[in-house]
Design a protein around this ligand. Structure first.
Ligand code: PMP
Length: 361
């Protein structure tokens, strides 16, 4: 068996220990004689899996009691529709546009009401987080939408916008559980699992109870109603059972590691190794403003697209895979989620040093 260093932006690397445990339990989960994939979601044994997952996530994030945790499907993108359909009472929402995912959410919400871009970093290819002071929050905005970590461009919020009391909605897909988070600052947090938490197919929503309402837009499909999923504790229909099981294992892995403070320390060290190297390199450079740098997605380029291509090819041959930047952005992106061991970053930096020596003219 050969495992490579996988720098994919998502679906992404998962902790090897979690995968090994799941492999051991694949054919017979806890003497049930079945795989978790094969068991009824209404069984006692699965109920314990989802209950434990929720409990461990509550512990990890210190989720206040007046928030519900939902395990849903449809990826983060389904939330782009579900949020306006359920939260847009005044039919108005404000958006901070920091990249493709924010723009997609903005465009989708525009079908259901008026959307305002109250800040944007489009002028510089989304390479920074815009100034968050004195945002012109709409007086009757139902919510303000932000994307915590911008997977494609490699930026991250280091402070929260002042929403002047309006509900803050956070797409935390690509930094969820990478550091502590004060849940009480948000009305709704959502994250597709396939970056830091588990396999694609599960999306986690943490929503404040008073936002779970019955007066969603009248034509809202039943599967897109938070009240339905909250009342049935994520079991209105068959939930993504195997995904929830793996997410639960990742939560336990994080708890055993010491929780989110511990993983944050590791993540800062990991990203620091790579950024420090980039900052002194004569061949490579980081593409985002220093004070907006993501700890999860490190975007960089070399002195030419030809050298970028050569680098990506040679890196792959050496076991560093999925380093190609997003198709519209080019260059390189190293996604270094929680499960990427620090040895992976050390090995990558070493490889980059050698490559730099060989290719710097
Ligand atoms: N938001 C962010 C920040 C993302 O990175 C992604 C996926 N890369 C999405 C939303 C969309 O997620 P999904 O493919 O699960 O719909």
């Amino acid at each position: 068996m050969k495992r490579i260093y996988n720098f994919s932006a998502g679906p992404a690397i998962l902790p090897e220990a979690v995968l090994r445990e799941a492999a051991d339990e694949m054919l017979d989960y806890q003497d049930s004689g079945m795989s978790v994939m094969e068991m009824s979601h209404r069984s006692k044994i699965f109920q314990k899996i989802i209950d434990d997952a929720e409990k461990d996530l509550r512990t990890l994030l210190n989720v206040p009691d007046n928030y519900k945790i939902l395990f849903l499907q449809g990826g983060a993108t389904t939330q782009f529709s579900m949020i306006p359909m359920n939260l847009m009472k005044n039919k108005k929402a404000d958006f901070i546009l920091t990249g493709n995912w924010a723009v997609k959410a903005f465009e989708e919400a525009s079908k259901y009401g008026t959307v305002n871009a109250i800040a944007s970093s489009e002028d510089k290819m989304y390479s920074y987080i815009p100034d968050l002071k004195n945002l012109e929050i709409s007086e009757d905005a139902d919510y303000v939408h932000m994307v915590d970590n911008n997977t494609i461009f490699g930026t991250k919020f280091y402070e929260l916008p002042d929403t002047k009391g309006k509900v803050l909605v956070n797409d935390a897909s690509s930094c969820f559980l990478s550091e502590p988070m004060d849940v009480s600052k948000y009305g709704l947090i959502f994250a597709g699992a396939q970056k830091n938490v588990g396999p694609a197919g599960t999306v986690i929503v943490i929503i404040r109870e008073d936002l779970i309402i019955k007066d969603h837009l009248p034509y809202t499909p039943i599967m897109l109603r938070y009240d339905i999923h909250a009342e049935s504790k994520s079991m209105y229909n068959t939930p993504p059972t195997y995904g929830i099981y793996l997410c639960g294992k990742v939560f336990k892995w994080l708890l055993n590691l010491g929780g989110l403070e511990a993983i944050q320390k590791i993540n800062i060290e990991k990203a620091g190794l790579l950024y420090d190297y980039l900052d002194q390199s004569k061949l490579f450079y980081g593409t985002v403003e220093k004070k907006s740098r993501s700890l999860m997605n490190v975007c960089f380029k070399s002195t030419s697209p030809e050298i970028d291509d050569k680098f990506i090819k040679e890196a792959k041959a050496q076991g560093f895979d999925n380093l190609k930047g997003y198709r519209t952005v080019g260059g390189m992106r190293a996604s270094i989620y929680n499960a990427m061991p620090i040895e992976g970053i050390r090995a990558l930096v070493k490889f980059m040093e050698v490559f730099e020596k060989e290719n710097l003219k």
